[in-house]
Design a protein around this ligand. Structure first.
Ligand code: ATP
Ligand code: MG
Length: 563
């Protein structure tokens, strides 16, 4: 299932997207002989499906062109980063089917080199130590239509700047007392070029460098230079960094760097009915709105995996959405479609009743049982058959019975004959109710001549139901998931807290009855419960009981819409 190479060969023959066209040209012109990309997550949360787009693109380009892709932890922010996130990120990238080999790097590996680059800029008169507070500088910076006012520190001498920077590093100052700024252009229409800060003081331990540093480089400064240090040829990032590109290039031009990577922006993935920012996901985790970063309702890769998504389905999805510069929102139905597409041909079928209604076969001898042979897959005989036990008492789905059947309801109702999948025909003779008038049991008769299910007879029976034998069924907890949010764009309006759109019914827990074969499944192994969807065993399962996730229902709204 994790066969990446077959996906990639498909990509080579597909129409070239704009990044492939750029790389093709760079290889053809001899600008590069081999390409090097990187995936640069900040280890401040778990990866989500949006990151998968970036991972598939960066690692995908590396494989397609037989180059390499680095995994770089963008760990410039000491307060926020945690080792747990580093582990989960590596786990998710590997699970998606990608490998970075020896190229696991950290921006913190370059703290000394980045410090030296900053010293170089200062020595060239192209950076200075600024005494303004962030708020004061915001005022000085001006607006796009109005030039900024230079900081009073702008013309500090090189010597004084070098001295102050060394003392910043030595820990002589408080957080925020000084920053280092690139000295670029206070009148530039691009605010990012108005003397952006490149170093700040932060007395905080770093998960890798401990207390070695109390100054940390800013993202814009660190990122492009880290790309250069690693020899990245194409630095692929999302569109919001387009306005940062002149700054990215400015640093590379001023400094004597070992390589000049090219930044190329593409549109980020947005999905309906979900939020994708790590900050918001963290808010849900910390607020207890979900059970953790791997809650199966979250769009995190850990959550999707736990829910039963396959890596191949996520790669197929990323391939289908393509790579462009056009901002858009993708229908989550497409992701589900890719999953069904991946599971349908390979996943075995079993029967499980989610909302059980007891059926007594009154003409079946008490205490006896037999087995029927059921196909594990409707169209792949190689997947074999299994024995499904049958006895006098069964369960069917409560929704498969209507006392007064609506038009077009062809399932069980009084006097109606239906087929039990892979078993036989039964007819409903009596409805047993409790004191409140609720249906608690159906009395049916079976036709022993219809044994074996489908082939044996020519009777017109419209309904086919799934079922389990009461005596043989195992009890499991099934978690049914709905969308985590009630609206397509939960964070569409910045004046409204996205959490107000949480769907209170996003998780429903039911006690289900499933056929014994389910006990053989391992954690995470996908299975189809006939008619009910794709499921997998959850990691919350214990020897005391199985917990099963519904990964996705069988209804494919996306395919029906005709795309
Ligand atoms: P978030 O806003 O979710 O916190 P981020 O961009 O801050 O995301 P990073 O860890 O910095 O998260 O992201 C690592 C890489 O993944 C970056 O190159 C970023 O552009 C890319 N990425 C993040 N979100 C998406 C997305 N929705 N679609 C495509 N790429 C994304
Ligand atoms: Mg980020």
């Amino acid at each position: 299932m994790n066969d990446v190479s077959s996906d990639l060969s498909e990509e080579v023959t597909a129409p070239r997207h704009f990044i492939e066209q750029i790389i093709d040209a760079d290889l053809e012109s001899g600008k590069h002989e081999t390409i090097v990309t990187r995936f640069p997550p900040e280890p401040n949360g778990y990866l989500h499906i949006g990151h998968a787009k970036s991972i598939c693109l960066n690692f995908g380009m590396a494989s397609e062109y037989e180059g390499r892709c680095h995994l770089r932890f963008d760990d410039t922010n000491p307060a926020k980063e945690e080792a747990e996130y580093v582990e989960s990120i590596m786990d998710s990238v590997r699970w998606l089917g990608f490998e970075w080999g020896e190229h696991q790097h950290n921006t913190s590996d370059y703290f000394q080199a980045l410090y030296d680059y900053a010293v170089d800029l200062i020595s060239q008169g192209k950076a200075y130590v600024c005494s303004l507070s962030p708020d004061e500088f915001k005022v000085c910076r001006g607006a796009p239509t109005r030039p900024g006012t230079p900081s009073p520190s702008r013309d500090r001498s090189v010597e004084e700047n070098l001295d102050l920077f060394a003392r910043m590093k030595a820990g002589e100052f408080e957080d925020g007392q000084y920053v280092v700024r690139a000295r670029i252009d206070m009148a530039s229409p691009n605010l990012h070029l108005r003397d952006p800060s490149i170093y700040r003081i932060k007395h905080a331990d770093h998960h890798r460098t401990g207390s070695e540093w109390c100054i940390y480089p800013m993202y814009d400064f660190a990122h492009g230079l880290s790309d250069a240090i690693e020899g990245i040829t194409h630095s692929l990032c999302t569109l919001e960094f387009e306005v940062h590109r002149p700054l990215y290039e400015w640093f590379l031009e001023q400094l004597d760097v070992p390589a000049t990577p090219r930044q190329i922006e593409f549109a980020r993935l947005n999905l309906t009915y979900t939020v994708m920012s790590k900050r918001k996901l963290q808010e849900l985790v910390e607020g207890g709105n979900v059970s953790g970063w791997n809650d199966p309702r979250l769009p995190t890769l850990a959550g999707l995996r736990r829910r039963g998504y396959t890596a191949a389905s996520i790669r197929a999805f990323c391939h289908k959405i393509g790579v462009t510069k056009v901002e858009s929102v993708t229908d989550v139905g497409l992701l589900e479609h890719c999953l069904r597409d991946d599971l349908n041909p390979v996943v075995r079928r079993v029967m499980g009743v989610l909302n059980p209604l007891k059926v007594v076969i009154t003409n079946y001898p008490e205490g006896e049982s037999e087995t029927f042979e059921a196909k594990n897959h409707p169209s792949d005989p190689e997947m074999g058959v299994r024995a499904v036990p049958f006895s006098r008492e069964l369960y069917v789905e409560r929704d498969d019975f209507m006392e007064e059947p609506a038009k077009k309801f062809f399932r069980l109702s009084p006097g109606r004959e239906v087929r039990l999948r892979s078993a036989c025909l039964i007819t409903c003779q009596d409805v047993v109710k409790n004191a409140d008038g609720e249906v608690v049991e159906l009395h049916c008769t079976w036709d022993p001549d219809s044994r074996g299910g489908n082939a044996a007879d020519n009777r017109k029976v419209k309904g086919t139901l799934h079922w389990v034998s009461a005596a043989h069924a195992i009890d499991v907890e099934v978690r049914l998931y709905d969308r985590l949010f009630k609206v397509e764009s939960p964070d569409g309006d910045s004046d409204v807290d996205f959490k107000t759109h949480l769907n209170p019914d996003s998780l429903t827990v039911v006690q289900a009855k499933v056929e014994p074969a389910v006990a053989e499944l391992g954690v995470g192994e996908p299975v189809q419960f006939e008619r009910m969807g794709y499921f997998c065993v959850d990691s919350d399962s214990s020897p005391d009981g199985l917990v099963i996730n519904r990964t996705v229902t069988l209804r494919d709204s996306w395919a029906k819409k005709g795309k």
